[in-house]
Design a protein around this ligand. Structure first.
Ligand code: UD1
Length: 374
């Protein structure tokens, strides 16, 4: 079975890594990596391939930059060419970035089966580009691999066939557990932040890149003032995403000296920092889940989450992006840190489950895919 495994942006790379590793153990699978190039900086892309032990992609589409429509369109045109010549039996897309949307549409129109890993998540907030990507991808996928109960419920409410929805746990947590083990073998002094980490004592780890937090100057100003207030109590490590960097550079905002501004970090160095943080402050989707898996208190600067299990069971609290709310939640978190429990099947075996299901299904395919679009 020839399978394309698609990745484009930073949060995709950690999700494809365990799927790829597991594919190597299955002789019946020929798994090829397609990198769309949505993220193209070394720090946003190549360092992840290195850290996550991913090989060079089989196909690199070089479609970074541009508006959402430009980016999506470029990826679609480039991916269609590769699919038309290579004719994979299956395309696996992960998560909710523009590459996920673009490649699932292309594959489906070529009558190639589509498996969506991390399906069914919904924030019900159509102002988030990722929500549109999730909804469209799920509207045309053949296989839905679900990380938490809400994903299952949402897909059933949307009328999907129960037999195509599979609760498998989370490949992102497969990767995290693998990397936590690998980190034990690393010399901590090999990280550029090791001296600063030792000196910091208790610290906060901060990430922020959502358009809703960084694109509007009033919101960004209020958030920077909030971080400066928190930094009077505890140092903050802040790897700055390119989108956020651009907005900060265009403004006159000053970050406190107690905020250690860093370039985007590779997976290992980011983990090395956040796993020992007193609190993680973020607007990321993935970190909400990863902190839940390791029981690190997390404050999410959003009003909603498509990953409600991290709040219901895990260590995550939604705090929105208003200064008073963030400061109150921070003070509360310092006193009573919420460790939470680990959601079902977040056990490092999700990729194994996914391939078991796909390979069983593939034995039935010839009958249903005998008509292939020319
Ligand atoms: C994308 C995903 C988001 C994910 C995030 C993680 C979509 C809609 N959004 O958002 O879900 O959480 O990745 O990082 O797909 N840039 C660089 N270098 C890079 C990559 C981007 O300078 O390597 C710049 C781009 O030119 C652009 C900005 O950063 O100006 C945003 O990049 P883009 O890929 O459009 O979206 P993200 O905000 O990274």
């Amino acid at each position: 079975m020839k399978v394309f495994l698609v990745a484009g942006a930073r949060p995709n790379f950690m999700k494809i890594a365990p799927i790829y590793r597991e594919a190597l153990k299955r002789p019946e699978v020929e798994c090829q990596i397609v990198h769309t190039g949505q993220h193209y900086d070394y720090a946003m892309s190549q360092t992840f391939f290195d850290d996550l032990e991913l090989p060079e992609p089989n196909f690199f589409l070089d479609c970074g930059g541009g508006s959402h429509s430009e980016q999506t369109a470029k990826i679609m045109v480039a991916f269609e060419k590769v699919c038309t010549t290579e004719r994979p039996d299956l395309v696996i897309v992960v998560g909710d970035v523009n590459s996920t949307l673009a490649c699932s549409i292309v594959a489906k129109k070529l009558w190639i089966k589509v498996a969506h890993v991390e399906a069914g998540l919904r924030s019900f907030d159509l102002q988030m580009p990722e929500e549109i990507n999730r909804m469209v991808t799920d509207s045309i996928s053949d296989f839905f691999f679900v990380t938490e109960q809400s994903g299952m419920d949402n897909l059933i409410n949307e009328g999907k066939d129960k037999n195509s929805i599979h609760s498998v746990g989370h490949v992102m947590i497969d990767n995290l557990l693998h990397q936590v083990d690998k980190l034990k073998e690393c010399d901590p002094h090999s990280f550029s932040t090791s001296a600063a980490k030792e000196e910091a004592g208790e610290y906060i780890f901060l990430t922020m890149h959502r358009p809703s937090n960084v694109d509007d100057l009033i919101t960004l100003t209020s958030l920077v003032n909030t971080f400066n207030t928190i930094a009077q109590e505890q140092p903050i490590f802040f790897p700055v995403h390119p989108r956020t960097r651009k907005m900060l550079d265009q403004s006159n905002l000053q970050l406190s000296e107690n905020i250690v501004q860093l370039s985007p970090l590779g997976f290992k160095e980011a983990l090395y920092l956040w796993k020992d943080a007193a609190v993680v402050l973020t607007d990321s989707g993935g970190l909400q889940e990863e902190t839940t898996a390791l029981g690190i208190p997390c404050l999410t600067m959003r009003h909603n989450t498509e990953r409600p299990i991290t709040v219901e069971m895990g260590s995550n609290t939604l705090v929105g992006n208003k200064s008073d709310d963030i400061l109150a939640a921070y003070q509360h978190k310092k006193k009573t840190s919420k460790k939470g429990t680990i959601p079902p099947m977040w056990d490092g075996k999700s990729a194994q489950r996914i391939w078991d299901i796909l390979l069983t299904a593939a034995t039935l395919w010839p009958a249903s895919t005998d008509k292939v679009r020319p």
